[in-house]
Write a protein that binds this ligand. Structure first.
Ligand code: E4P
Length: 221
């Protein structure tokens, strides 16, 4: 499983990239708003992210109609070769995905919550599909079970283009563990979750033990 960073924050991307673990980035309007992003600066901001990351960078189209999504997709795709246009899984989104993917623009179909939605996204030409886990949990449904179903269903079929599943809306190390066990291709995680993935109490305890033992060696000189 590869890791994408789910953020619009350049410092977080720089830091996580320095760990050698970031294979891509996903952004959305909420994440851009969270860093105080301004509409006029959005294209330049996506370009900055694309320069920092050696991998796909999903930038969300905010239009609702197919024509608007396609027009936005064209603008986004011009920003950098690694831009992926993020499109919602709706009828208009499917139609826009069909057009954009036929033109060679990579699309990430987002806000996917079911097997039929995922299969339709793949048939429309989506290069990536993002089933959301945490938002299912938010409504007391089982997000991991829904992700499992999507991964299994997509694996059942051959498509005439590569299709990868991005486990999205992941909120915990357990979500990431389950996504890996299911065989999701990619996990997109906020920086806070990524930091938690590195930590384990026994690692910290092991370091404390080494330090104490090393001090004994030093004191014995
Ligand atoms: C990524 O592509 C999604 O937009 C993101 O993972 C959604 O996460 P959230 O449900 O925590 O907003």
């Amino acid at each position: 499983m590869r890791f994408f960073l789910d953020t619009a924050d350049l410092d977080e991307i720089r830091e996580a990239a320095s760990w050698g673990v970031v294979a891509g980035v996903t952004t959305n309007p909420s994440l851009y708003a969270r860093i105080g992003g301004k509409l006029a600066d959005f294209p330049e901001h996506i370009q900055r992210i694309c320069k920092l990351v050696d991998g796909p960078v999903s930038a969300e189209a905010t239009g609702v109609t197919r024509d608007d999504i396609i027009a936005e997709g064209h603008e986004l795709a011009k920003l950098a070769p690694n831009v992926v246009v993020k499109v919602p899984t709706t009828v208009e989104g499917l139609a826009a995905t069909k057009t954009l993917s036929a033109e060679g623009v990579n699309v990430n179909m987002t806000l996917c919550f079911s097997v039929p939605q995922a299969l339709l996204a793949a048939r429309a030409g989506a290069r990536y599909i993002s089933p959301f886990v945490g938002r299912f949990d938010d409504i007391s449904e089982d997000g991991i079970a829904a992700l499992t179903d999507v991964v299994s269903a997509i694996e059942n079929y051959k498509f005439d283009h590569p299709v990868e599943i991005i486990a999205a809306s992941l909120r915990s190390a357990n979500h990431v563990t389950q996504a890996a066990l299911i065989g999701a291709d990619i996990a997109t995680v906020p920086f806070g979750v990524l930091k938690k993935l590195v930590s384990h109490p026994l690692t910290d305890r092991g370091l404390e033990m080494f330090e104490a033992d090393w001090q004994k060696v030093v004191n014995a000189q």
